[in-house]
Design a protein around this ligand. Structure first.
Ligand SMILES: [Zn+2]
Length: 340
């Protein structure tokens, strides 16, 4: 369980909605929590799961007691009646994991009054796992609450979605996101904390998804991004091969690479529409491309990323995919006439 105590005020409204359903005894069997990557869906699910098993929750406030045996187990992340299922190395939730969930669904709770199963990244269920999950969704055990998490823009099968109550998590305002990030970094007491410029940049690149921004400033994402962008720019100018340009994307991994390409294509579309690039360092090159290309080119590049993402469930290598996207981008460069 995530033990960060920094308040996330943008989660208050969805929390209140669930508190109300719980208080009125009309809690759905399955909840689909949707929102951008890094917006706090996991923290939201963890806190709700802990509330669901607590013996003496304060239902007027919608908070767990924090003292009972259940709360103790939930805080230590060892509650036997709260299970999490997340994609493993293959990036998909495997059918074996869903089978384990199905057995958990029909077993009696071990210590609490009910069981909670969290499927982290329900958008990464492949067809077989999704079909296996449907059985549990169609005949829900009365003492089970299923919480499915879905990242915005990643599809979940309609047959699954239609059996869940959808709860959206909105992205916080930039002020809320910045405040959370600052407080969280302070709490981490890092030896060399990120500068406020780095924080601002991370928040901008993460489009104010605070947990994602935290990952950016505490990991090596920002420097890897810079290296990848340098290679991207050299490739666009025809200075290096596609193989060399794709290399840093291999280090970044597929998810982060697709995220970057999607961001750049999104920025290109934004510039075409008269707006500003979120990735300021890329704005000069994107501005140049915006002057010489129609807007549909940007949308086409966004579609390519979405296609790559659906294919990703079936294993794609990051550098091959980056190579394919780089070649699509290079078509946006003006063709130089051969000097006669
Ligand atoms: Zn409790």
């Amino acid at each position: 369980m995530n033990n960060s105590t920094t308040p996330m005020p943008w989660l208050d409204e969805p929390r209140e909605r669930l508190r109300q359903s719980l208080a009125d005894n009309r809690l759905p069997h399955a909840l689909l929590v949707t929102g951008e990557e890094g917006v706090g869906k996991r923290a939201f699910a963890d806190r709700f799961a802990a509330l669901l098993v607590c013996e003496q929750p304060d239902m007027a406030k919608g908070v767990r007691c924090g003292r009972c045996k259940q709360c103790e187990l939930a805080s230590a992340d060892t509650h036997p009646d709260i299970r999490r299922y997340a994609p493993e190395k293959s990036r998909v939730i495997k059918v074996d994991q869903v089978r384990a969930l199905s057995s958990f669904a029909v077993a009696s709770p071990q210590v609490a009054g009910r069981k909670v199963a969290v499927i982290d990244r329900a958008d990464q269920l492949n067809i077989n796992s999704a079909n296996a999950l449907l059985k549990t969704l169609e005949e829900p055990a009365s003492d089970l609450v299923l919480i499915l998490l879905q990242e915005s823009g990643r599809p979940v099968l309609p047959t699954i979605r239609s059996r869940c109550q959808v709860q959206g998590i909105a992205t916080p305002s930039s002020a809320q996101a910045a405040q959370w990030l600052r407080a969280e970094i302070e709490q981490m007491a890092l030896e060399s904390p990120p500068t406020s410029e780095q924080c601002d940049r991370a928040l901008r690149l993460a489009a104010n998804a605070p947990r994602l921004a935290l990952e950016y400033v505490t990991g090596d994402f920002l420097s890897l991004r810079d290296e990848a962008f340098e290679q991207f720019r050299s490739f666009m100018k025809g200075q290096i091969s596609v193989g060399d340009a794709a290399k840093p994307f291999k280090t970044l991994g597929l998810e982060a690479s697709l995220w970057l390409f999607e961001g750049w294509a999104g920025d290109l579309a934004r510039i075409k529409a008269g707006g500003l690039a979120r990735d300021e360092e890329a704005s000069e090159m994107l501005g140049f491309l915006a002057r010489t290309n129609p807007a549909w080119r940007a949308h086409e590049l966004i579609d390519l990323v979405h296609e790559a993402r659906s294919a990703a469930v079936y294993n794609v290598s990051p550098d091959l995919e980056a190579g394919r996207l780089l070649i699509a981008w290079q078509k946006l460069m003006p063709v130089k006439r051969a000097a006669g």
